[in-house]
Design a binder for this molecule. Structure first.
Ligand code: GDP
Ligand code: MG
Length: 175
């Protein structure tokens, strides 16, 4: 366990996107390097943390997960309050989850800080043979909307670390 005194900054990051796209598994991979095969839908747990060191500062990313309130407009504005970053997740094998990304961006623009950094994540890249969303479509949307973008897999762990890279405009990149 780390003592609070050793932490220089705490950053809140929210994870959003449709149900079953893999938000909770991404979070688990990101904070514990685990994937849970028999997980049920999220209940109760509000956030998990991961500490990263950047420019000799210890930064604690406090990453909030939705508690199964992914229905349109069911996530309350309190969830977004104070967030410096958002991970907006869709499933590359489910077209509808990508079609809904625009709504999630609207929701962020309406509720979150104007300067929030948004990372669009196309999860389940391990299922590329069942792909229903091309990377090109996602890149185009991300460029239009000013989002960072990566495909990733919570299952294999592929690219999950990319969302931590300091040169990609993450909330902790200014430090
Ligand atoms: P959430 O509702 O967005 O939090 O989604 P979950 O994290 O609960 O995951 C939904 C389902 O997708 C579960 O059955 C997971 O095992 C599965 N899943 C999550 N991430 C991946 C991934 O990267 N690859 C594959 N193949 N399945 C995944
Ligand atoms: Mg979940």
């Amino acid at each position: 366990a780390e003592r609070a005194a050793e932490i220089d900054y705490v950053f809140k990051v929210v994870v959003i996107g449709d149900s079953a796209v893999g938000k909770t598994q991404l979070l688990s991979r990101f904070t514990k390097d685990e994937f849970c095969f028999d997980s049920k839908s999220t209940i109760g747990i509000e956030f998990q943390t991961r500490t990263i060191v950047l420019n000799r500062k210890r930064i604690k990313a406090q990453i909030w997960d939705t508690a199964g309130q992914e229905r349109y407009r069911a996530v309350t504005s309190a969830y977004y309050r104070g967030a410096l970053g958002a991970m907006l997740v869709y499933d590359i094998t489910k077209r509808a989850t990508f079609d809904h990304v625009a709504r999630w961006v609207e929701e962020l623009r309406a509720n979150a800080d104007k300067a929030i950094v948004i990372m669009l994540i196309g999860n389940k890249s391990d299922l590329a043979d069942k792909r229903a969303v091309s990377a090109e479509d996602a890149v185009e949307f991300a460029e239009e909307q000013g989002l960072f973008f990566s495909e990733a897999s919570a299952l294999s762990g592929d690219n999950v670390e990319r969302v931590l890279e300091a040169d990609r405009g993450n909330p902790w990149s200014g430090f």
